[in-house]
Design a protein. Structure first.
Lengths: 107, 115
């Protein structure tokens, strides 16, 4: 299986700050990577797909980058509504695999 | 607007089976794969498998090959997942999602396994 190693597991930042979450795949995933935001009691919501394509309705404060086995999600100008867990997912090969998640809090 | 409406909470006894549903509106299920994912309490997301509703072809995670059975009914635009031989480890929220980059998710079905 293509393991997705996500870091950090938790993150505390101030309003207005920029934060970065990283995912590393054990094999090349050719940018077939998505990022999700999940709030308690809710379904995950797609933020980014194909490594850097912004999903419909997602603020431009969110951006994705990377290639090969290393990918990152950047959130600029952190806002209170960004408090959530974030997951990466590779859909390059089966079985699809997810990162273990990053819990983002506001300081 | 694409919507995935999942069936309600299930309470299953150990050793029994449950069948979850995911009804799609806003697009034809023949046009894309339907995936299933679970999330155990306080844990991350785990991919179970996917079905191609157009022909019934399925791919499963090795971990769920003996646990989950995916089917689909294109006439009603509904996908199903049966979980068999339930154990306490199967207690989780189960989501359907589509397409491969999971732009659309159901609201989730909570399955609780308890005697």
């Amino acid at each position: 299986d293509n393991q997705m190693t996500q870091s950090p597991a938790s993150l505390s930042a101030s309003l207005g700050e920029t934060v970065t979450i990283e995912c590393r795949a054990s094999e090349d995933i050719y940018s077939n990577l998505a990022w999700f935001q999940q709030k308690p009691g809710k379904s995950p919501q797609l933020l980014i797909y194909d490594e850097n394509s912004l999903a419909d309705g997602v603020p431009s404060r969110f951006s994705g980058s990377g290639s090969g086995t290393h990918y990152s999600l950047k959130i600029k100008s952190l806002q209170s509504e960004d408090v959530a867990s974030y997951f990466c997912q590779q859909y390059n090969n089966y079985p699809f695999t997810f990162g273990s998640g990053t819990k983002l809090e506001i300081k | 607007e694409v919507q995935l409406q999942q069936s309600g909470t299930e309470l299953g006894k150990p050793g029994t089976s449950v069948k979850l549903s995911c009804k799609v509106s806003g697009y034809n299920t023949r046009n894309t794969y339907m995936h299933w994912v679970n999330q155990r309490p306080g844990k991350g997301l785990e991919w179970i498998g996917r079905i191609d509703p157009a022909n019934g072809n399925t791919i499963y995670s090795e971990k769920f090959k003996s646990k989950a059975t995916l089917t689909a009914d294109t006439s009603s635009n509904t996908a199903y997942m049966q979980l068999s031989q339930l154990t306490s480890d199967d207690t989780a929220i189960y989501f359907c999602a589509t397409p491969d980059w999971f732009a659309y998710w159901g609201q989730g079905t909570l399955v609780t396994v308890s005697s």
